[in-house]
Design a protein. Structure first.
Length: 416
């Protein structure tokens, strides 16, 4: 695809609302509105023969080094763990014309084998990475895991490197957009798979210029069967509203035209009705439904003041074990100490505490941003011995702990 600096500037204009023909003003707009898009724009100017200032050249060079580092990480992980599947990131970057770079915050990998996920984590740990957070969720009675790994950048003033590994594609928006644990074969070609993932991100944040350019490049790389498969996925996954919005942005940016939705406005109307109905269905179980709604609003950074107050109360009073088995996400804070003697993630509870023992360490669980300092201290102390202790029982299931009246147990499945 012929992708010019003018194309990029127009994509920036339609997503940010900022428009100018003065390079200095364009630099100010991109730095203010979409800094992750800056190096792409600068590299396009450079590829077209514009002489960049030393500061802009350094930005291009720094992001180029970051991308090359990620390529080496991806090659190592794939060599060690064959089941890993990449999404977005490097696959989309390969579609950019020579000389243009695509910024990446992190690398995303999927595997449907939990042991393979922990093997990939161990490879990264051996190379100097560390677990930053983890997410645990029950869907269809199955525990799903996502682990976020970090490594400090060489430049302390730049964001750390990141790798995310998950046993699913996406958890949806915890409302009207369903999760995607696996995809049918017809959706697995890179342009279809990656467009699906880009559309899902709309329910986390507004579309950005990079998303618009990525979608246009992905669409131009599709064959006719891919385009039919994408429309099938958009309707099946209720991504119609996001696709309709992206179609307009790509068109307004002058980057081409996406395939029209079958049924046009009727399909959009049905999608809105389905989304409302699925969202309302959460409240069939008032406690769990309210918790899922508030957690989703918090994750999207859209809670009202009243919702924030209610959520603060909910997360302090709703036990994480109850919340997870009811469909909420549990966020894991890594604790220091030896790795538990387990081969898979085991969710455990004791009194008011919940945690996950994993091959990569122990994670204290919370459903929001509230963490008890005493729980951190206690669970860290539990793991300070030889990997046993009250909460280090391995995979044998429930067991009586040392103190009378206390129980370390795996989470029961069920609805609350």
């Amino acid at each position: 695809m012929d992708l010019t600096a003018e194309n990029l500037i127009e994509a920036l204009a339609v997503t940010s609302g900022g428009r100018s023909e003065d390079p200095a003003e364009i630099v100010e707009i991109v730095r203010r509105a979409e800094p992750n898009f800056a190096a792409t724009l600068y590299s396009a100017w450079q590829a077209e023969g514009m002489k960049l200032s030393p500061a802009l050249r350094e930005e291009v060079d720094a992001i180029s080094r970051r991308v090359e580092f990620y390529r080496s990480v991806a090659a190592r992980l794939r060599a060690e763990v064959s089941s890993l599947t990449t999404i977005k990131g490097l696959e989309v970057a390969a579609l950019y014309p020579p000389g243009l770079i695509r910024y990446m915050n992190d690398l995303d990998f999927i595997t449907f084998s939990e042991p393979d996920l922990w093997q990939a984590v161990s490879v990264l740990v051996a190379d100097g990475w560390y677990p930053d957070t983890a997410t645990f969720s029950y869907l269809g009675g199955t525990l799903n895991v996502m682990v976020s790994m970090r490594m400090p950048a060489e430049d302390p003033f730049r964001l750390a490197y990141g790798v995310e590994l998950a046993t699913y594609y996406t958890l949806g928006n915890r409302g009207g957009i369903p999760p995607v644990l696996q995809m049918p074969q017809r959706w697995l070609s890179p342009p279809v798979k990656n467009t699906i993932m880009l559309l899902h991100e709309r329910y986390e944040q507004p579309f950005r210029a990079r998303d618009v350019v990525d979608t246009a490049l992905l669409h131009r790389s599709m064959r006719e069967p891919d385009r039919r498969a994408l429309l099938d996925a958009v309707v099946s996954l209720n991504l119609v509203l996001a696709y309709s919005e992206m179609t307009k942005l790509v068109n307004d940016a002058g980057l081409g035209s996406l395939e029209p939705l079958p049924g046009g406005v009727r399909t959009i109307a049905r999608a809105r009705a389905t989304r409302l109905a699925r969202g309302a269905a959460l409240f069939a179980r008032p406690v769990a439904g309210t918790g899922q709604h508030l957690q989703r609003r918090l994750m999207m950074a859209k809670p009202s003041r009243a919702e924030g107050l209610v959520w603060d109360l909910v997360q302090r009073r709703l036990h994480p074990a109850t919340a997870v088995t009811a469909g909420l996400l549990a966020f894991g804070l890594p604790l220091t100490g030896p790795n538990p003697d387990v081969t898979r993630a085991v969710l455990r509870r004791r009194g008011g505490q919940a945690w996950a023992d994993t091959p990569a360490g122990r994670f204290l669980l919370t459903i929001g941003d509230y963490v008890s300092e005493s729980a951190v201290d206690e669970l860290t102390a539990d793991g300070a011995g030889a990997g046993a202790g009250e909460a280090g029982a391995g995979e044998a299931g429930s067991r009586q702990a040392g103190a009378p009246g206390r129980m370390d147990a795996e989470f029961p499945e069920g609805r609350y």
